[in-house]
Design a protein. Structure first.
Length: 468
C-alpha cells in the first residue's frame, strides 16, 4: 500500500484530532466507492449526510473517517475529528499542494474540459509522475478531493474547473493555484444563470480561471472573446498568453487537418516548431483542443514532440464520443455515445463527427438528441437553430426528446423526423424498431435529459433474443 496520508500528517493539515497511527493510501467521499486503505471524508450534502455512512465505509475497507462529530458504535481511533469536513477536505488539498513540487495546470471552458484534461493526463504521464482529476471532478467537492489525492512525488498535476453559476471558478482555482491556466472555449452554455449578460457573463466567469495568478495562459485564439480573456490573464499577472487555433496569429496553430472516421491526422506549429501527429479521436473540436494540450505541456516543461506522439493513444472519455459496435442478427451498427452533456456548440461538433462516420451497406446516419439545458429564454430558438446543421451533416433520421428538442423536430423536414418523445424514457421503444445493421447512431443531450439510459438501451439490442 502506497502511503498518501499518515494520521499525523492529516491531523496537522486539517487541525483535526487523530488518536491512532493509521496510514491512508487514498481519499474518498462516497462510501460506496471506498477501497481498502482509503480515508473516508463524511461530507454533509443537501440530500444526505456522510456521517450516516461512516460505519459502512469502514466496513468496506477505509482505515479512518474524517468527521465533525462522534459516530455511535465507531471507536474514536478510527476517526479524524475536525470542525467542518468540507473545510477539512479543502485543508487536506491545500496541504497536498504545498508539499508537492508538481507543475499544476487548471482547465476550464464551455466544452472540452474533460477531454483536454484526459489528453494532458495521457501525454504527461508518459514523461513523469502525473496526477489528474478523475471523471468530471470539477466542483466544490471534486477539486479539493482531487488535490487531496495528489501524491507527494507528482511532477505534473492536471485539474478541471467547472461552473454553472457566477462566482464558482475563483475559489476553486485559488485552491489549485496553477502555473498554467487553459480555457478551451467560451460558448452558449449555462447562459440561463447570467441574465442580462448571456454569453458575455459566461466569458467573464471563465476568465476567473486567472484569479489565482500564474505564469502561462492558454486561450482559444479563434474564439470571439480571445482579446477579453487575454487582457484579463495579463491583468492577473500571467506573463505569457498562448493563443491556440487556426487563426494566423495563433502561437499553437493548426496548419493541416485530415479527418478520418475514428482519428485525425494533424500538422501544427507549436511555438514555431512544425509537428505532425495522429490524434486517436475523430472531430475538428478534438483536433483544436489537442493544440491546447501541446501548448500546456510545453508550458510546464514537458517534451512537446513526445507529447504529440502520445496523442495517438487518446480515446474519448465515457459519454463524450465513445464508439461501440453493437452486434445485431444480420450485422452491427455503430453507436457514438456523446450522452454526458450538451450545448449548441458541442451538438454541432458531434454532428460533424457523425457526418464523417462511414455507415455500412444500407446504413444511415441517425441522430438521437435530448434537450440542451440551462440556455435561458433563447432555448427554443437555439434548439430549432440546429436544423441547418442536421442537413449539413447528412443525417438521415432524427429522434428527439424533451420540450425544447420538440422545436427542432418542428423545424426539420418531414423526411428527417423519425420520432419524438416527451422524455428520454420514451425513446427506446421508438429506436428498437428503427435501428438496423450498418447504421451509425449518435446519442447526445444534456446530463439532465438522461440520455445515458438511451445508450444502455441501444447497447442492449445486442443482447435481445431474435424476434424480441
Amino acid at each position: 500500500m502506497t502511503a498518501l496520508w499518515s494520521a499525523a500528517e492529516a491531523a496537522a493539515a486539517t487541525g483535526g484530532i487523530a488518536t491512532a497511527a493509521w496510514i491512508a493510501s487514498g481519499v474518498q467521499t462516497d462510501s460506496r466507492a471506498v477501497e481498502h486503505g482509503d480515508l473516508f471524508v463524511a461530507l454533509k450534502g443537501e440530500q444526505a449526510d456522510g456521517h450516516e455512512y461512516v460505519a459502512g465505509a469502514l466496513a468496506n475497507g477505509a482505515v479512518a473517517a474524517m468527521v465533525a462529530r462522534g459516530i455511535a458504535g465507531v471507536a474514536a481511533d478510527k476517526l479524524l475529528t475536525v470542525a467542518d469536513t468540507l473545510a477539512g477536505l479543502e485543508a487536506l488539498g491545500a496541504a497536498a499542494r504545498r508539499r508537492s513540487p508538481a507543475r499544476r495546470i487548471a482547465i476550464t471552458g464551455s466544452v472540452g474540459k474533460t477531454g483536454t484534461k484526459e489528453a494532458l493526463r495521457l501525454v504527461l504521464s508518459a514523461q513523469a509522475p502525473t496526477h489528474a482529476s478523475v471523471a468530471s471532478y470539477n466542483n466544490h467537492v471534486g477539486v479539493p478531493l482531487s488535490l487531496a489525492r495528489m501524491p507527494k512525488d507528482t511532477v505534473y498535476g492536471v485539474f478541471e474547473i467547472g461552473m454553472n453559476h457566477p462566482g464558482e471558478i475563483a475559489p476553486l482555482v485559488r485552491q489549485v493555484a496553477p502555473a498554467v491556466a487553459v480555457i478551451t472555449t467560451v460558448e452558449a452554455a449555462h447562459t440561463e444563470f447570467f441574465p442580462g449578460k448571456g454569453i458575455l457573463g459566461v466569458a467573464e466567469e471563465k476568465a476567473e480561471i486567472f484569479a489565482a495568478g500564474g505564469e502561462v495562459a492558454v486561450v482559444n485564439r479563434d474564439n470571439t472573446f480571445f482579446e477579453l480573456l487575454a487582457s484579463k490573464a495579463r491583468a492577473r499577472g500571467f506573463g505569457q498568453v498562448i493563443g491556440f487555433g487556426a487563426h494566423e496569429r495563433a502561437d499553437a496553430r493548426l496548419i493541416e487537418l485530415r479527418l478520418a472516421p475514428a482519428h485525425s491526422d494533424i500538422v501544427a506549429s507549436i511555438d514555431g516548431a512544425r509537428i505532425q501527429y495522429r490524434l486517436g479521436t475523430a472531430g475538428r473540436h478534438w483536433a483544436m483542443n489537442s493544440l491546447a494540450v501541446l501548448a500546456a505541456a510545453k508550458a510546464v516543461g514537458a517534451d512537446v514532440h513526445r507529447a504529440a506522439a502520445a496523442l495517438a493513444a487518446m480515446t474519448p472519455p465515457k459519454g463524450r464520443g465513445e464508439r461501440h459496435a453493437v452486434r445485431l442478427d444480420r450485422g452491427s451498427f455503430e453507436l457514438i455515445d456523446d450522452s454526458y452533456n450538451a450545448n449548441p456548440t458541442s451538438v454541432r461538433a458531434a454532428l460533424a463527427v457523425l457526418a464523417g462516420a462511414a455507415p455500412g451497406p444500407n446504413g444511415r446516419r441517425i441522430a438521437v438528441l435530448g434537450d440542451m439545458r440551462e440556455l435561458g429564454p433563447d432555448a427554443d430558438a437555439l434548439h430549432a437553430g440546429l436544423a441547418p446543421d442536421i442537413a449539413a451533416a447528412g443525417v438521415d433520421l432524427v429522434f428527439t426528446c424533451g420540450p425544447h428538442m420538440a422545436r427542432l423536430a418542428e423545424a426539420l423536414p418531414a423526411k428527417h423526423r423519425a420520432g419524438h418523445a416527451p422524455a428520454s424514457d420514451g425513446l427506446p421503444p421508438l429506436l428498437r424498431g428503427a435501428i438496423r445493421a450498418g447504421d451509425v447512431v449518435l446519442v447526445k443531450g444534456s446530463l439532465g435529459s438522461r440520455m445515458a439510459p438511451v445508450v444502455a438501451a441501444l447497447k442492449a439490442l445486442a443482447e435481445a433474443p431474435a424476434g424480441s
